[in-house]
Design a protein around this ligand. Structure first.
Ligand SMILES: [Fe+2]
Length: 380
C-alpha cells in the first residue's frame, strides 16, 4: 500500500435473498414507528411489497405510501419532501430503482430542513446550481433497490435533473447522505424484464470499471471491486445469452451494483460518466443507455493511449473473465441494442460541444476532443 487514500462512509448492509422479510427487525433498532415509503407505482403493486407493508402494519408500524414515477427533478423532490415533513419522527424508506432511491434520499434531506422551519428547495443545495452548502442532517433513511444499476443504496449523492437547453443533471452530495441501512434482496430483481436489466446492469459494470481504473483507486476498494466486477459481468453475460436469471446470477448483479456505489463514492468516475451527466441534461436519454453505448468504445480508446497502469488492471480482468477484456465488453454491449443518438434528439453540434467540453475526471489517460467526437459520431 504505497499511496494515501480515503474510504467514504458506508451504510449498514443487509444482503441476501428474502432479507426483505427482516426489515421490521432493523426498523426496531432505529427506534422508529412511522414510515414514509417512497416507491414507484410498479414496485408498490408487487406482491412482495404488499406483503411487506401489511406485515409492517401488523408489527405496529404506521406508514404512508408515496408514489414516485419519474427521474428526480426539483419539483418532484420538493413535493415529496413537503409531504414527508408533515410526519413527525418518521423514517424514510425508498424502495425501487435508482430514480426512486435518489428521490427518497434527497427528500430525506429537504424534509429535515422543512421540519426545522427552514424554507428551502433541493435546488438550493445542488452542486454547481445552488448557492447553499448541503446541510449535514437528514431524516433516518433505508434504501431497498429493486433494480441493479446505479448503486444509489450505497452512494453519498442523489442526482437531480432538469431536461432542456438550460437543463442540468447535478448531485446533492454529502457524506452523511449515505443511507443508514441498505437492504439488498436479490429476489426483488426477479420481476425485471431483460430490456431493463441489461442497460442498468451495464451502468453498474461501468461504475465498477471506472472506479477500478481510476486515478483515485485504492487497494481497499479495489479488492472489493475486482471480485464484484468479475462475477457481475460473467452473470450479466450468462443472462443476456440465455435470457434466464437464476438466484445466483441475480445475487451477483445485486452485489455488483451495491459495490459499484461504494466504488464511485470513494474512487470517482471516468469518461463515460463525465459524458452521461451533460447528455442526460440535454435530452431525456436514460443514464444506463449512455453507459451501455459508451463503455466499450471509451475503453478501446483508453487502450490506445497505452497507460501501463490501465493496461495492467485490464489484464487482471482478462484472467477473471477468461477472454480479452476489450472483446468481452464489445460482445456484452452488442447484446443490448439501443437506438442511435439522433433518435434521442441529439444534434451533431451538440456532440461537437460535448467532445470539446468533457473533462477527464478520474480516468488514467486523457482522451482528445477528436477521439471523443469520433466515438459520439459513430453512435449518432
Ligand atoms: Fe452510473
Amino acid at each position: 500500500v504505497e499511496n494515501s487514500f480515503r474510504v467514504q462512509r458506508q451504510p449498514q448492509l443487509v444482503f441476501g435473498h428474502n432479507t426483505i422479510r427482516e426489515l421490521a427487525t432493523y426498523l426496531h433498532t432505529l427506534g422508529t414507528s412511522h414510515l414514509c415509503v417512497v416507491a414507484s407505482k410498479s414496485v408498490a403493486s408487487l406482491e412482495v411489497v404488499n406483503t411487506l407493508l401489511s406485515s409492517l402494519r401488523k408489527e405496529g408500524f404506521e406508514y404512508e405510501l408515496m408514489i414516485h414515477t419519474q427521474e428526480p427533478n426539483v419539483s418532484s423532490v420538493d413535493t415529496i419532501a413537503q409531504n414527508i415533513a408533515t410526519y413527525e419522527e418518521t423514517t424514510v424508506i425508498g424502495i425501487g430503482g435508482g430514480s426512486v432511491l435518489d428521490t427518497a434520499k434527497a427528500a430525506s434531506v429537504v424534509a429535515y430542513q422543512l421540519q426545522k422551519g427552514n424554507t428551502c428547495s433541493v435546488k438550493d443545495f445542488l452542486e454547481g446550481v445552488g448557492d447553499t452548502p448541503p446541510p449535514s442532517q437528514r431524516l433516518p433513511l433505508i434504501l431497498i433497490p429493486t433494480t441493479a444499476g446505479t448503486g444509489s443504496e450505497s452512494t453519498n449523492n442523489a442526482v437531480i435533473s432538469e431536461v432542456g437547453p438550460q437543463g442540468f443533471k447535478k448531485s446533492l452530495r454529502h457524506d452523511s447522505y449515505v443511507a443508514d441501512i441498505a437492504l439488498v434482496d436479490p429476489s426483488l430483481l426477479a420481476s425485471l424484464d431483460l430490456s431493463m436489466l441489461g442497460p442498468t446492469a451495464l451502468d453498474a459494470l461501468t461504475q465498477n470499471l471506472e472506479a477500478y481504473t481510476s486515478q483515485r483507486a485504492s487497494p481497499y476498494i479495489s479488492s472489493l471491486v475486482y471480485t464484484a466486477l468479475v462475477n457481475h459481468a460473467l452473470s450479466l453475460k450468462e443472462i443476456l445469452e440465455t435470457g434466464i436469471t437464476t438466484p445466483s446470477s441475480l445475487s451477483h448483479l445485486a452485489y455488483g451494483a451495491y459495490i459499484s456505489g461504494i466504488a464511485i463514492t470513494s474512487c470517482g468516475l471516468g469518461y463515460v460518466h463525465a459524458l452521461a451527466g451533460p447528455m442526460g441534461a440535454l435530452h431525456p436519454i436514460n443514464h444506463s443507455h449512455v453507459c451501455s453505448m459508451l463503455i466499450s468504445p471509451i475503453n478501446n480508446a483508453l487502450r490506445e493511449k497505452g497507460d501501463s497502469r490501465y493496461l495492467e488492471l485490464m489484464n487482471t480482468l482478462e484472467k477473471g473473465w477468461g477472454e480479452d477484456p476489450f472483446l468481452f465488453l464489445e460482445h456484452l454491449t452488442q447484446k443490448v441494442v439501443l437506438p442511435p443518438l439522433k433518435e434521442y434528439g441529439f444534434t451533431l453540434a451538440e456532440l461537437d460541444h460535448l467532445s470539446d467540453s468533457t473533462p477527464q475526471r478520474d480516468s488514467l489517460s486523457e482522451l482528445s476532443p477528436h477521439t471523443l467526437r469520433s466515438i459520439l459520431y459513430d453512435l449518432y
